[in-house]
Design a protein around this ligand. Structure first.
Ligand SMILES: Cc1cc2nc3c(=O)[nH]c(=O)nc-3n(C[C@H](O)[C@H](O)[C@H](O)COP(=O)(O)O)c2cc1C
Length: 409
């Protein structure tokens, strides 16, 4: 049998060898307890994923500040209080020669009003769009607070390394805080963190360089970045390319491409352009020809052929996969052993159009959260035929406030 492209190793610029081209993208597990601590469920879930053959497992977003959550059940790492279980999590995720990278995030103004009375943001500009009412109006961070947040990202990364995670990923996409700083719409600051693109990317650059200084040159640091926010006056493709070039020049090890935010959640639906099922591929190919850093495209990969085609035509260096791995945690093994068919991730519905329109995204997320929890409990994922079970699951877990959308992914 011809050797598959997905089976090839990848060497990161710092010399780290990734065993194959499968990259499990972040999916917030929402499994932390009320104190936002990771636990045995995280350990079990990542053990299962590691044995499924993926080269790099990125964790769901881990928050740097317990007063700023993106959703209930987020893991928070701001000090070493959970070191023991973090070590177990890292150990489980590195079994089978797997890399486990912690995704590090702060939601900024995308912290729902059920969780934040007054979220913080680069500027006091509310979240727009049809989900806007989910969030309280933010207040602008002071310059001192911005610097403190930079330190928090670096602290969390240092703890991740100490616990045995083999890399970290800065969440710079999907409308969260780093993305808010990059966006000329969301960031209208007049200090050194706002104005020109150089200033708007200062928050990201300081986080990155601070991490690099603390973690060393051989520790993988990745970035998840929007190709664009798909929003008038927001972070454009042109801006994105400039950020890619700058952060590549500074020595980032890998860039994952995504797009959208709560206001326009393209990360789960794609751009709708072109005939390919995979999102953001044209942009990825463009930046891939400009920088030497490995690029990962995430969104829409379902068939082995689309994965092979994207690698063959140099559109991406790795295959980013999220939802399918919550349904079939060993997709890589299945592909490498020639027994994979495909995974159906079609939207579940309740049968009531109005309800689906309002709660479709929530049902979608809840469905995948349910599956991750099943795997973590040693059960098999369960394919549902409609959206009622995920809806009840989230209601049981979070009460009626669950009916407010909780994340843009
Ligand atoms: C339940 C769920 C949680 C997610 N959580 C995160 C997250 O914490 N961080 C992130 O960058 N993306 C998150 N995403 C987005 C995915 O990483 C990915 O970009 C998106 O699902 C598209 O990829 P896919 O088509 O392979 O699922 C989440 C997606 C889902 C379904």
């Amino acid at each position: 049998m011809k050797k598959l492209k997905v089976a090839e190793t990848l060497t990161l610029p710092n010399g780290t060898i990734i065993k194959n081209r499968f990259f499990k993208s972040a999916m917030s597990e929402t499994m932390a307890n009320r104190k936002n601590q990771p636990n045995q469920l995280h350990v079990n879930l990542y053990r299962e994923w590691a044995s499924g053959g993926t080269g790099i497992l990125v964790t769901g977003n881990v928050m740097v500040d317990r007063s700023a959550l993106g959703e209930p059940g987020n893991v928070v790492v701001e000090d070493e209080r959970d070191m023991d279980v973090l070590k177990q999590w890292a150990k489980a995720g590195t079994a089978n020669n797997t890399q486990i990278w912690m995704q590090i995030n702060h939601p900024g103004k995308q912290s729902p009003r059920t969780l934040s009375k007054e979220p913080v943001a680069p500027s006091a500009i509310p979240v727009g769009g049809s989900y806007g009412s989910v969030f309280n109006n933010p207040r602008a961070l002071t310059t001192t607070e911005v610097k403190e947040l930079v330190t928090r990202f670096i602290t969390t990364a240092k703890i991740a390394k100490k616990a045995g995670f083999t890399g970290v990923q800065i969440h710079g996409a999907h409308g969260y805080l780093v993305n808010q700083f990059l966006s000329p719409h969301d960031n209208q600051r007049t200090d050194e963190y706002g104005g020109t693109l150089e200033n708007r990317m200062r928050f990201l650059v300081e986080i990155y360089t601070g991490m690099r200084e603390s973690l060393g040159s051989d520790f993988p640091i990745g970035l998840k970045l929007n190709s664009t926010d798909f929003k008038d006056g927001g972070f454009t493709e042109e801006d994105s390319i400039k950020v890619v070039k700058k952060i590549a020049e500074l020595g980032i090890d890998l860039i994952e491409v995504s797009g959208g935010s709560y206001e326009n959640p393209k990360m789960s639906s794609g751009t709708g352009e072109g005939s390919d099922e995979v999102f953001f591929l044209d942009y990825a190919k463009k930046i891939k020809s400009m920088v030497d850093v490995p690029i990962v495209v995430t969104g829409g990969f379902r068939s082995k052929d689309s994965m092979e085609e994207a690698l063959m035509n140099n559109k991406t260096s790795m295959i980013g996969i999220a939802r399918p791995l919550a349904l079939v945690p060993d997709i890589p093994n299945q592909i490498l052993e020639g027994r994979y068919i495909t995974v159906n991730t079609q939207r579940l519905t309740t049968g009531f159009k109005a309800l689906d329109k309002k709660l479709g995204a929530l049902i979608g997320n809840s469905y995948y959260e349910q599956q991750m929890k099943r795997i973590a409990k040693g059960k098999k994922p369960k394919r549902h035929q409609n959206g009622w079970s995920p809806l009840f699951h989230t209601l049981m877990l979070h009460g009626p406030t669950a009916l407010l959308p909780r994340r843009s992914k």
